[in-house]
Design a protein. Structure first.
Length: 108
């Protein structure tokens, strides 16, 4: 059977995650607030990380934990080391999220 492809969406409202995979709707969220500086390699790695979550759920539905050995194996098979966290500064993301929040409540 053909593997399903996750849907991609973007946000800039939160600073907790650079990316997120939600298995119940097979959606990859990318937090654009982290990429305002144009770091395309970090963006690629974040996309790969979230797609690896999707592939891990497909191929190992009973895998224990989000970043366990099966996840690391999938990450390595697509050319990444399987690190759990990014090394980007959250300062820009916080600034973007704050600006978005101000615009949300600016009703003029």
């Amino acid at each position: 059977r053909m593997p399903s492809i996750p849907q991609f969406d973007a946000t800039s409202k939160a600073t907790g995650n650079a990316g997120l995979y939600t298995p119940w709707d097979r959606k990859v969220w990318i937090n654009l607030a982290y990429y305002q500086g144009g770091d395309t390699e970090q963006l690629r790695e974040t996309c790969a990380h979230e797609i690896a979550h999707h592939l891990t759920k497909m191929f190992y539905p009973n895998a224990y934990g989000w970043h366990g050995p099966q996840f690391k194996q999938v990450m390595q098979s697509i050319g990444y080391d399987g690190d759990r966290c990014h090394s980007m500064s959250v300062a820009m993301a916080r600034q973007v999220a704050r600006k978005d929040k101000e615009q949300l409540f600016d009703l003029d």
